[in-house]
Write a protein that binds this ligand. Sequence first.
Ligand code: NI
Length: 149
Amino acid sequence: LKKIARQLGSLIEKVEPLLSQMHTDALSIKPAHDQWSKKEILGHLIDSAANNHQRFVRATYGAAADFPPYAQEDWVRNQRYNARDWESLVFLWSAYNRHLIHVIESFPEDTRFAPCSIGKDEPVPLDYVVKDYLRHLQLHLKDILDETI
Ligand code: NI
């Protein structure tokens, strides 16, 4: 988990300046009515950070197995991310992730296998959830930056 925290740290350091430099004109454009704009994808990553924050902290006191799944489409739509400015979204996203790195680094050793609920399936161990959080983040950053990171 310490390794994942380091990987997450270098990813944020690398990507934050790239996001900050992006031209803001096209960021609110949805490629299709049922596809997210880049602002909405970054918003989805903020939602992912917020929901996984709950899972991570709840795991430290044995309460992550009953955390409910979240309706990601409703979260993105109902928060109207396209109405926010890009700079604020980038700031929130990077600050949230810096805090998550601190949370992951602070896990007591015996919480690695704490059961976490990630949907309707059987609970999975915390270290799987943390790895999957990073994988999901990389996947969507690729869509925002139009490149492999
Ligand atoms: Ni996603």
